[in-house]
Design a protein around this ligand. Structure first.
Ligand SMILES: Nc1ncnc2c1ncn2[C@@H]1O[C@H](COP(=O)(O)OP(=O)(O)OP(=O)(O)O)[C@@H](O)[C@H]1O
Length: 310
């Protein structure tokens, strides 16, 4: 069974903005990145999956349930971390998370135990009796994550969990999300406009732009090998390029690398032989892989979408 599936999902807000347009996708359990520039429709997608927004047309399915018809059942099995600050500053973290547990229907003592456990998982156990208002931004994000975990969900929907964090805080949050996804066996959908940072912790990606689906697939399927061979030598790049040309291989320079078309296995041998004959120190020889960022580069420029350069 798919973790999440949508068929022609479209959401137009009353003002006329179409935030999601004809989205059809299916993703398997795991850690899934929902990536797109600001305004791409990520939050709308999350709220639709939770049953908080009703699709204008089309349908969604989460854990085999229709969130429009069975919103409560979906929310009983899904934890949600909203994007914006929504924490009561005067409340003690342990009380707040317990309260959120009670809201999901847990008995008082169970909710209290689960709250302590969730706060331990996010690294706030020692600080759990402090008022939330005195917490740092990173700690507040962790409380939001703890309340999403308190009822032991099967799926977490995290809306921009690294928002407002410095690079070290972002790293720590991503490591924590990865741990939750891998060690606890909970599937996670993590929204971000920063492709580079979530790409490394996710198994799959849903890439959207202007409400339209660019691609939903496993990351390894998006980064298959290209038919280009990248060669880097410590010195003698021009010399190598000329020698390759003599052997019928047209090399294009890209920074310190030479790129040659990879027609078959013989191309590797030809390059290796040429490098050896010229006695050049070879730094790198590998088949170029597609990068996830290429998904976005063919579409309308998205200045707010930061991509990794690997
Ligand atoms: N309640 C609403 N009423 C009208 N338009 C809305 C509403 N919420 C969102 N939108 C619009 O829908 C589009 C998608 O917004 P959404 O918040 O889903 O995008 P996002 O990818 O989550 O962006 P961000 O990262 O900035 O939150 C935007 O053009 C936004 O202005």
């Amino acid at each position: 069974m798919a973790l999440i599936a949508t068929q022609s999902l479209t959401k137009t807000y009353p003002g006329g903005v179409t935030a999601l347009s004809d989205l059809t996708l299916s993703v398997e359990p795991g850690i899934i990145g929902l990536v797109g520039a600001n305004g791409a429709g990520k939050s709308t997608m999350i709220k639709t999956l939770l049953g908080l927004l009703t699709p204008t047309t089309g349908r969604a399915e989460v854990l085999g349930l229709d969130p429009t018809a069975s919103g409560e059942q979906v929310r009983a099995r899904v934890g949600y971390m909203p994007e914006h600050d929504c924490l009561p500053p005067d409340m003690i973290a342990a009380e707040f998370v317990t309260h959120m547990g009670r809201m999901t229907g847990l008995p008082r003592t169970v909710a209290r135990e689960r709250a302590s456990e969730a706060l331990r998982h996010v690294g706030l156990y020692e600080e759990r009796y402090r008022q939330i208002g005195g917490y740092s931004t990173g700690m507040k994000q962790r409380v939001k994550l703890a309340q999403a975990l308190v009822h032991d969900p099967d799926l977490l929907l995290l809306d921009e969990p690294t928002n407002g964090l410095d690079p070290a805080g972002r790293d720590a949050m991503l490591t924590l999300i990865h741990r939750i996804g891998t060690e606890f066996g909970i599937s996670v959908v993590v929204c971000s406009h920063l492709l580079g940072e979530i790409e490394r912790i996710c198994d799959s990606l849903i890439a959207i732009e202007g409400g339209r689906l660019l691609r939903a697939d496993r990351i390894d399927a998006m980064t298959t090998g290209t038919d280009v061979l990248a060669i880097e030598v410590a010195e003698g790049t021009a010399e190598l390029s000329a020698a390759l040309a003599q052997r019928g291989l047209t090399a294009t320079a890209e920074g310190r690398m030479l790129l040659v078309p990879l027609t078959d296995e013989a191309t590797y041998d030809l390059v290796l032989r040429t490098v050896a004959e010229l006695d050049l120190p070879l730094h790198r020889l590998d088949q170029r892989r597609h990068r996830v960022a290429e998904l976005f580069s063919t579409a309308v420029p998205t200045p707010t979408l930061e991509v990794s350069h690997v």
